[in-house]
Design a protein around this ligand. Structure first.
Ligand code: NAP
Length: 263
């Protein structure tokens, strides 16, 4: 009997990095369960990938800022015997200093970045550990290693994703499990992310921008070696290294002058 195709579940697959993950994983022979709020986009992507790669691709509408819908996705995936890869990718940023922002958007961010990641990981991991195979990619950000004025919730929720992923890795290693967990930490990448926030791309120097396909390839290529933190691009690798070496007073000065500073 032929081995069934592995299944990848991707949140935020209606655009940007999530869509590129879907395309590259379909190319690699994965069946797909794709979630986001824009169902029309998911449906047409699924149709395209089914016809071009012969895989099964299922769209699932879910607003991950709604706890009952997070739960719906979790219940849908927790008993999937072929679940091989979970990509917790859905996310967004907001503009402005925390005390002036729309508080409900900040809560939504915690739900999408933190609660959904936690709940879906909790749903996926027991089966993967039992089968001794699989992986989870948490799409964090290089912002998870820094703080910046105008991005307090974004940086801290991504910092949580980094810490959570490292904690999971320690637990998997303690169990002797081969399951891989990865925090993917991109810097500025061409997607719809900054359009949704109303950020002008030209404010960020060209050399800081990366292509989404490059970022996703770096992530998938690092999965087999169980690399914990994947930071695509020499410029961001250098920035993360420098941040770790700097004393707090110097890091605070650099953070205050980051390209993200805005009011
Ligand atoms: N682009 C960058 O420069 C950059 C850098 C570092 C990290 N990242 C991270 O990369 C991830 C993907 O972002 P992207 O750059 O690909 O941006 P994007 O093109 O705007 O994609 C964001 C995805 O998240 C989904 N999403 C947002 N809010 C959601 C919600 N409430 N419920 C369900 N899905 C939701 C969107 O789908 P719907 O709108 O259809 O729901 C969309 O598919 C994010 O976690 C982001 O923080 C991006």
């Amino acid at each position: 009997m032929p081995t069934p195709r592995p299944l990848a579940v991707i949140t935020g697959a209606s655009s940007g990095l999530g869509e590129v993950f879907a395309r590259m994983l379909a190319q690699r022979g994965y069946n797909l369960l794709l979630t986001a709020r824009r169902l029309d986009r998911l449906e047409s992507l699924c149709r395209e990938l089914e016809s071009s790669h012969g895989v099964h691709a299922e769209p699932l509408r879910a607003d991950l800022a709604d706890e009952s819908q997070i739960d719906g996705v979790a219940r849908r995936i927790e008993n999937e015997p072929a679940l091989s890869l979970l990509v917790n990718n859905a996310g967004f940023g907001t503009l402005g200093f925390f005390h002036e922002t729309d508080y409900s958007r900040q809560i939504d961010m915690v739900k999408v970045h933190v609660l959904a990641t936690m709940r879906l990981t909790r749903a996926a991991l027991p089966g993967m550990i039992g089968r001794r195979s699989g992986g989870i990619i948490n799409v964090s950000s290089v912002a998870g290693f820094f703080r910046s004025a105008g991005n307090a919730s974004y940086c801290s929720t991504k910092g949580w994703m980094n810490d959570f992923t490292e904690g999971l890795r320690l637990e998997l290693d303690a169990l002797g499990s081969p399951v891989a967990v990865q925090a993917l930490c991109p810097g500025f990448t061409y997607t719809e992310f900054h359009d949704s926030m109303g950020v002008k791309r030209e404010l960020v120097p060209n050399w800081l921008w990366m292509d989404a396909a490059f970022v996703v390839r770096e992530s998938l290529d690092a999965l087999a070696s169980r690399k914990l933190f994947v930071v695509p691009g020499w410029q961001y690798k250098a920035a993360v290294l420098l941040a770790k070496l700097m004393p707090d007073w110097l890091r605070l000065k650099v953070e205050l002058n980051s390209p993200h500073k805005r009011r």
